[in-house]
Design a protein around this ligand. Structure first.
Ligand SMILES: Cc1cc2nc3c(=O)[nH]c(=O)nc-3n(C[C@H](O)[C@H](O)[C@H](O)COP(=O)(O)OP(=O)(O)OC[C@H]3O[C@@H](n4cnc5c(N)ncnc54)[C@H](O)[C@@H]3O)c2cc1C
Length: 90
């Protein structure tokens, strides 16, 4: 009798948010499937300028998240392939 293998997590959307969720879910040991109606980064992500801004955030939850995000990006830049562009601007 055939067995069905379902992923632990199904993520709809292969933009930067879905990709980040998929990356961290997979890194924590979950099996992940990412589905999208179009190409990877074919939505808003493909238009992004790639800036990781903290200076435009007011004190509060958004700034807290931005600071956490910049820390994660720094860690990621060390783990991702060398052709990944990451340029800290201070
Ligand atoms: C011109 C421009 C410049 C920007 N510059 C920056 C910047 O410098 N720094 C910054 O932090 N942010 C920037 N942003 C914002 C940033 O690009 C977005 O916040 C981010 O890309 C959103 O990512 P996302 O994964 O949520 O959405 P998306 O990248 O849009 O991904 C969503 C995905 O879900 C898929 N999808 C949606 N509905 C379905 C469905 N029903 N079934 C299957 N698939 C589905 C879509 O096809 C798409 O691929 C910029 C935005 C624009 C427009």
């Amino acid at each position: 009798m055939p067995t069905r293998h379902s992923p632990d997590v199904v993520i709809i959307g292969a933009g930067v948010v879905g990709a980040a969720c998929a990356y961290y879910a997979a890194r924590s040991g979950l099996t992940v499937a990412v589905v999208d109606r179009g190409p990877v980064a074919g939505g808003t992500t493909g238009a992004g300028e790639g800036n990781l801004l903290v200076s435009d955030k007011e004190a509060g939850p958004e700034l807290d998240l931005a600071l956490l995000s910049t820390r994660l990006w720094r860690e990621l830049s060390a783990a991702l392939p060398p052709e990944t562009e990451y340029e800290p601007k201070g």
